[in-house]
Design a binder for this molecule. Sequence first.
Ligand code: NAD
Length: 436
Amino acid sequence: MKIAMIGTGYVGLVSGVCFAELGFETVCIDKQADKIDGLERGVMPIYEHGLEEMVARNFAAGRISFSTDLAGSVADADAVFIAVGTPSDVDGRPDLSAVYAAAREIANAVTGYTVVVNKSTVPVGTGAEVARVIHETNPDADVDVASNPEFLREGQAIGDFMNPDRVLLGVPSPRAGQVLQTIYQPLKDQGAPVIETVRESAEIAKYAANSFLATKITFINQVADLCERAGADVDDVAQAIGLDPRIGSSFLKAGPGYGGSCFPKDTRGFASVARDYGSDQEVVDAVIEANENRKYRMAERIVDAGGGDLRGKTVAVLGLTFKPDTDDMRASPSLVIVPELQRHGAKVRAYCPGGMGNASEMLEGVDFCDGKEDAAHNADVVVVLTDWAEFKQMDLVQIGQRARGNTLIDLRNLFDPQQVLDAGFTYFSVGRPASQ
Ligand code: NAD
């Protein structure tokens, strides 16, 4: 069984190397030559725990290769996965041009029966359209188009791929189902549930899963607002409701709003595509709006804590990525909050354990610092934006000594309020009363 993976980003590279690890001969293809050159030299284009070692091991064993030559690489593959980006376009609809471009290239390159598998997150109906594009481009192509959405999370991508909660296969024919069942047999043998369904169900399930998770986050964020006003503690409320198995305790952590490369674009994509089918997703529409507003409200909270006018003031921002253990800055709340602080006159000094490289290309006028202590130097306000373990463990007394002011705003509830007060700070967190 030979596998070709088109798109060597977070999903394609991780999936490709995991397939190689499971014993399949895999080629990862990308049109960015620098990525492919780097990978051949052992340089990873993204940070993901354990990735470099796994790539090196499988490269040395000859199970994985890298190429910019799509046509040559897919010719003798049994399955060709499409794992290219599907970003939002200006009106929130998913931009599927990379998917269809890949489909056209595949059409002219395949030989023999081939299953083309959409791993990118795409709206319902895309699999059918990919099949149409392939058959229009090359009527002789012997191809089935399946859907196999990916549920891995950045930061724990390899673990998620190798131990999935479920593998979802949307197949147009028993023959395509058989090929995908064979590819996932090693994971099935380890106990992974494999759901085989029609292509449309698989496509809707991926969007629905991300939209539901975004809804949970947004819900608890709104509960947090009420807790602050009513003198309650959102962490206790979340624990109390989360122990009900009908609710579940994950994704009930209040914060500055969801971000990242998936939830913002997939909620928008779900809502806009559902509208095309005459099925308005009013819950998801409300979630999108509430999450957007929240990022601005979090910025306002920092401005207020800084006295309402940040001119001449310095804000230390700790954490820029949308979550810890990744270098991904796409749609991170920091991309709204930092410019808002600057608009109110603040000088921003920032440090992020993983996001500095990408952030320096996406945020202007920020002093990027060598560490959290450096960022806190002469700061009037210290803000924790991302829950990196490094921040949870930091010495607050030392941070306080470096800072000029004594305000700590923790948008991730990393600290026990008493601990922060003992370190000499006035403390604002999320969904808990301010402590001073
Ligand atoms: P990415 O931007 O990191 O990687 C996409 C890669 O595809 C890029 O390297 C790009 O150069 C390459 N590419 C685009 N068109 C190509 C073509 N015609 N030929 C060869 N290469 C091409 O994207 P990602 O984060 O890996 O996401 C890919 C898809 O998976 C998206 O639909 C996303 O929604 C979905 N997804 C992402 C995650 C995640 O955590 N990042 C999780 C699940 C699903």
